[in-house]
Design a protein around this ligand. Structure first.
Ligand code: 4AD
Ligand code: MG
Length: 462
């Protein structure tokens, strides 16, 4: 049987029944006749207060070893607490140290540590309040994502991680190879991939979309939720080289329908978090950013703004702000532009559509103007882009033309093109960056602090 967790224990009434509690010591306060321990077991941000009187067996020798970070087994009964932070506390009758944590060596002492330092001890940081809260938030968000799509009858689809095609056509892929790097086989001056594990060039996926489309064009509505990899050299607070993406793909659906789903989806998961993670959200709101709860509450209530890229550029041109990247029609919107649109102009999430074709991927449906595509980015205050998506080009001839225009090889996408040959349908989808949502919901500044083991340009520890 599983042990009772502190999350449940602190909600119980005082009772004479003996209970057993397992956890790690967060702090100890000693006085002459008794000591207080704060015990945390990861089930909640809250600690269980344990009171030890000096008449328990081996009191002094045990208290010496009961230091911050040690794991313990406590037996005792729940009594009313005099303290203002909790209604019950554990009156301990016996304590066993399971694993000591030498105070001269254990790095997580009571003082506050910088997030930069905690990244260096990523194996221990889940034992802090912040990273415990991030982990529970991430768990709840994953569940909310699945419930949203499952309630709507979407089929969860596992896209391959190793792939032979570049979804975004941007060449930002990590290669997967077993070729000996110190002696790469060549044939007429070129790398001989026939000697490689798969017999051809292979990479880690940047997105499950292309394969997702094949399943949507058979099962109707699907979603993927898995790791994706980007070898981009962006060293920013919102880019990772390995991150998780949620990608729904919907058959018989245009951009309008796609925007509706994206908006409903974000509101659903935000509402879920506010309802299911009140203690952790309270922590983020008091310790990290005191606007997160109010912001989420407002977002749930209000409609997102919906504007075209051209409207967005016009807003930026009107702005009396010195942007680092000058604005003109055709540019890729930078984080500073996205923030201006959401924070200053609309003060809420904004869905920007119909971007110039030259700055978007080959698969997006071309508009009649021949200049823009049926793309949509969902931008949120503080962070900028959280979702990227589009209606897909379902016309065979137009799609081949786009692939060629972008100097990609139609033959590499033969199977993707066949969807447009056999029973083609209008379809749309989007990708939500999972860590960006956690960042947004928690108010955490750096994306490296919302994933357990961040991988970024020139940085991989652990
Ligand atoms: O806009 P992106 O590149 O879109 C796609 O990959 C499409 N294939 C999705 C689709 O239509 N099925 O990426 C989607 C989202 C972004 O909006 C962002 O939230 C996140 O993925 N993202 C990243 N998150 C962390 N680190 C990175 N390097 C990211 N790149 C994209
Ligand atoms: Mg994008």
């Amino acid at each position: 049987m599983l042990n009772k967790r502190i999350k449940e224990i602190i909600l119980q009434n005082p009772s004479n029944e003996e209970i057993v509690v397992y956890g790690w010591v967060r702090t100890k306060r000693e006085s002459k006749n008794f000591s207080f321990l704060e015990i945390n077991d990861g089930s909640t941000i809250k600690n269980l207060q344990a009171v030890l009187e000096n008449n328990i067996p081996n009191y002094e020798s045990i208290m010496q070893k009961t230091t911050t970070g040690a794991s313990v087994e406590l037996k005792g009964v729940l009594v009313c607490s005099q303290g203002k932070n909790q209604s019950v506390e554990l009156k301990v009758s016996s304590i066993k140290i399971i694993g000591e944590a030498d105070p001269d060596q254990f790095p997580l002492q009571k003082k506050r540590h910088s997030f930069e330092y905690l990244r260096e001890i990523a194996h221990l940081r889940p034992r802090t309040n912040t990273f415990g809260a991030v982990a529970r938030l991430s768990n709840a968000l994953s569940f909310a994502i699945h419930s949203f799509f499952q309630e709507k009858g979407f089929i969860y689809f596992h896209n391959p991680i190793i792939t032979a095609s570049d979804c975004e056509g941007a060449g930002e892929m990590f290669q997967v190879t077993t070729l000996p790097l110190e002696n790469i086989p060549t044939n007429e001056g070129k790398i001989d991939y026939t000697k490689d594990f798969f017999g051809k060039k292979a990479s880690l996926t940047v997105s499950g979309q292309l394969e997702g489309e094949t399943y949507a064009c058979a099962l109707g509505n699907i979603y993927t939720f898995g790791p994706t990899f980007r070898a981009e050299h962006s060293n920013t607070t919102r880019h990772l080289a390995e991150f998780w993406m949620v990608e729904p793909e919907i058959a018989f659906c245009d951009l309008q329908g796609n925007m509706d789903i994206a908006e409903e989806f974000l509101k659903y998961i935000f509402k879920y978090i506010l309802e299911k993670c009140p203690d952790d959200m309270d922590f983020f709101n008091t310790r990290i950013d005191n606007t997160v709860i109010a912001n989420l509450q407002n977002i749930i209530k209000e409609d997102f703004a919906r504007i075209t890229y051209t409207d967005a550029v016009n807003e930026l041109l009107k702005a009396k702000v010195d942007f680092e990247y000058p604005v003109q029609w055709g540019i890729n919107l930078q984080a500073e532009h996205e923030k201006y649109i959401t924070e200053i102009v609309y003060k809420k999430p904004v869905i920007v559509t119909d971007y110039p074709k030259d700055i978007k991927a080959f698969y997006m449906k071309l508009n009649d103007d021949n200049k823009t595509v049926r793309a949509m980015d969902v931008l949120v205050p503080r962070l900028g882009e959280i979702i990227g998506g589009s209606q897909r080009e379902e016309n065979y001839t137009k799609l081949v033309k786009r692939i060629e225009e972008l100097k990609l090889e139609p033959k590499d996408y033969w199977w993707y093109l066949e969807l447009r040959k056999f029973g083609t349908v209008p379809h749309s989808g989007f990708g939500l960056g999972f860590e960006r949502v956690i960042q947004f919901v928690s108010g955490m500044q750096n994306i490296r602090d919302v994933i357990a083991y961040p991988r970024t340009f020139r940085s991989i520890d652990f």
